[in-house]
Ligand binder design. Structure first.
Ligand SMILES: [Zn+2]
Length: 262
């Protein structure tokens, strides 16, 4: 008899396996990134079909298979239905799904801190679903970018110059340099002899630092000051940082181009 197991998982995407069945890519609380077969999910009126839609969190019972596990039962924990009624929410939630799909494979994530990552995705989708404005949607996506990278051990140090180790938190005006080759920040002095990088205003860097140090759902003193332009700038900076880290040449770019976020 096939062995069964239970887990909670959030759907990241699904694609057809054959005329009747689909494959779901999910992030599971106990197993991390995984794929499973959803039998009959493509048939009209399939209950399972409804539960394997993107962004839905389910309590699952799975049967272990040789290559792929099969979903035996699915009960939705949260459908995050408000994401689906708003194009911006859909686009940014897809970006999050793609980010998880790219970075949470074992190549990047050696810690197996699956439940923390699961809780972060769950919280992000909950916050994005409830968001009242595009600004809030971007803010919660930005926080997700920072927190996920921190959890995976790829977090960016916003406080110290990577060359001279000087604390750059005192720098309030002017800008520091994010160096592509070092994948880190440089203070104004050290950035003089560095060529490739992006200049980041210190106020932006301090905001990102604050987001990095506070809890995901905790408000920072900067949150209300951050307008659309600032948030977008921060989001795009983190996106460049993440793209630079990824040697897989992710689909993240494509997702964003298709949905015209950038
Ligand atoms: Zn320095």
């Amino acid at each position: 008899m096939k062995k069964s197991f239970m887990t909670e998982a959030i759907n990241l995407k699904n694609y057809p396996l054959n005329d009747n069945d689909s494959i779901v890519v999910m992030f599971s609380k106990t197993k991390g990134l995984m794929r499973a077969v959803a039998k009959g999910a493509k048939r009209p009126k399939s209950k399972l079909g409804a539960r394997i839609q993107m962004f839905i969190a389910n309590q699952l019972m799975l049967l272990e298979g040789k290559n792929l596990d099969t979903i035996a039962q699915a009960q939705s924990l949260n459908t995050f239905s408000k994401i689906r009624s708003d194009l911006d929410k859909i686009s940014y939630s897809m970006y999050i799904a793609e980010l998880v799909n790219t970075f949470c494979s074992n190549d990047y994530n050696k810690d197996e801190n699956y439940s923390e990552i699961y809780e972060l995705i769950f919280l992000a989708y909950e916050k994005i679903a409830q968001a009242k404005s595009k600004e809030e949607v971007i803010l919660y996506t930005l926080k997700f970018q920072i927190k996920l990278m921190n959890l995976l051990g790829w977090g960016l140090d916003f406080e110290y110059c990577s060359k001279c180790q000087k604390n750059i938190n005192e720098e309030q005006e002017g800008s520091c340099l994010y160096s592509y080759s070092l994948n880190a920040f440089l203070c104004p002095q050290c950035s003089l002899d560095n060529i490739s990088g992006i200049k980041i205003h210190n106020k932006i860097r301090l905001f990102l630092n604050e987001l990095s140090k506070t809890k995901y759902d905790e408000k920072t003193k900067y949150d209300d000051l951050a307008n659309f332009a600032v948030l977008e700038k921060c989001f795009l900076f983190m996106k460049k940082y993440i793209d630079n880290l990824s040697n897989k040449k992710t689909k993240i770019f494509e997702v964003l181009e298709k949905t015209m976020l950038v």
